[in-house]
Ligand binder design. Structure first.
Ligand SMILES: NC(=O)c1ccc[n+]([C@@H]2O[C@H](COP(=O)([O-])OP(=O)(O)OC[C@H]3O[C@@H](n4cnc5c(N)ncnc54)[C@H](O)[C@@H]3O)[C@@H](O)[C@H]2O)c1
Length: 367
């Protein structure tokens, strides 16, 4: 198959759809890969790295789309890219169709085969192509939180690990899912005292089994949250209710009970956040302060560490890219139920129920 890797042109997106290591595997399997010049630079991969792995470099995005049977990228196509998608061409990327009717209608019109990373789903309901970004964001949440706890960054001036003779900082993690566990692990590694809360006892049992004794589990309810926010320095929001807005576990009135200069990193901001006062911020202007509490609410945290995020993402997408390239999309999807769930729009027809319902597009077509 001929595979193309364009440069991402969405604002502030430095990730790229394939690393040289992925391209090496595709070439080994007999495929041909074209990479747009400069596509990997934001992630630290240069044209020469791709050439060494066996790819051919093309100058423009138009050339990459025109020659490829499958496009592998990161973000959904933006308006300038819509017209580049060709009939029958596979586009494998994050689409998030439900949040854009314009994109949905454009991809129906272009008649491509749109396979969305975010809806590839394993038997147990987990989303393997979203997990690595939660892992990145969870770990990064502590790094950011520790930074904004510093006085010059408007925090209360607490060192998370403490020092001999001074108690460590206290971190409260809401949600013991992917984000929460990674955050707890990083905070524990720094020596902070960690409280992690969830409503799912299985998750709490697991955390209790695998974490060191200075990570304490507690059931998540309003009473316990009100108690803990009074004493904790850093709060991480990592709650998710699948397909719904995150619940407001910390309400505006609760902020006054927190230490002045305490920090909230609400990772769940992309689902509306689990703090009432959360509003999305950017890497250029990541924080704001309400009632003396620093809020960090960047909606695309992994974007700040494109090298790690690109490698983490492509580690999990590559097996699917290989299946699609080796077998074609029909056979690859027939033989892999997880990948089949990634099919969203196929040659002009919406095949994913939730998208058809969201935009009143009738009964989804059968593939
Ligand atoms: N800001 C970013 O850049 C970024 C990056 C990656 C993920 N995220 C977001 O982070 C959020 C968490 O993602 P995840 O992969 O960890 O999800 P997950 O499904 O692995 O974990 C969510 C956890 O929240 C728990 N939960 C639900 N209700 C709760 C409650 N009332 N109290 C405490 N816990 C509760 C669930 O039981 C689950 O264990 C999602 O909204 C995700 O989209 C944001």
């Amino acid at each position: 198959m001929i595979i193309g890797v364009p440069k991402e042109i969405k604002n502030n997106e430095s990730r790229v759809g394939m690393t040289p290591a992925g391209i090496f595997e595709l070439i080994k399997n007999g495929h041909t890969v074209y990479v747009q010049s400069g596509a990997g630079e934001g992630s630290g991969f240069f044209n020469s790295d791709y050439q060494k792995a066996g790819a051919t470099i093309l100058d423009t995005i138009g050339q990459v789309y025109a020659i490829s049977e499958m496009i592998v990228k990161v973000k959904e196509p933006i308006e300038e890219e819509y017209h580049l998608v060709q009939e029958g061409q596979i586009v494998f990327t994050y689409f998030h169709f439900a949040s854009s009717e314009t994109l949905t209608r454009a991809m129906i019109k272009q008649k491509g085969v749109c396979i969305a990373y975010e809806t590839v789903e394993d038997e147990d309901g987990s989303l393997p192509l979203l997990t690595p970004m939660s892992e990145v964001a969870g770990r990064m949440a502590i790094q950011q939180g520790a930074k904004y706890l510093e006085k010059p960054k408007k925090g209360r001036g607490v060192l998370l690990g403490g020092v001999p003779g001074v108690a460590p900082g206290k971190v409260l993690v809401l949600g013991a899912g992917t984000v929460g566990i990674q955050a707890a692990k990083m905070a524990a590694g720094l020596g902070a005292h960690v409280t992690i809360m969830d409503v799912n006892m299985k998750r709490l049992r697991y955390v209790n089994d695998v974490m060191p004794p200075h990570v304490v589990t507690e059931f998540s309810n309003e009473f316990n949250i009100r108690k803990h926010i009074k004493t904790h320095d850093l709060i991480i929001g990592g709650v998710l209710l699948k397909g719904a807005k995150a619940p407001n576990l910390i309400t505006r009135d609760m902020l006054k009970d927190m230490h002045p200069g305490a920090v909230i990193v609400d990772v769940a901001v992309d689902q509306g956040g689990c703090v009432e006062t959360t509003k999305a911020t950017t890497h250029e202007d990541p924080i704001y302060i309400i009632d003396d509490v620093v809020h960090y609410c960047v909606a695309n945290m992994p974007g700040a560490v494109p090298y790690t995020s690109t490698v983490a993402l492509t580690n999990v997408t590559l097996p699917y890219v290989l299946k699609l390239a080796n077998n074609g999309w029909q056979s690859a999807c027939q033989n892999d139920a997880s990948l089949e769930k990634g099919l969203n729009i196929v040659e002009g027809k919406v095949v994913y129920k939730e998208i058809a319902e969201t935009f009143d597009l009738g009964t989804p077509a059968l593939v």
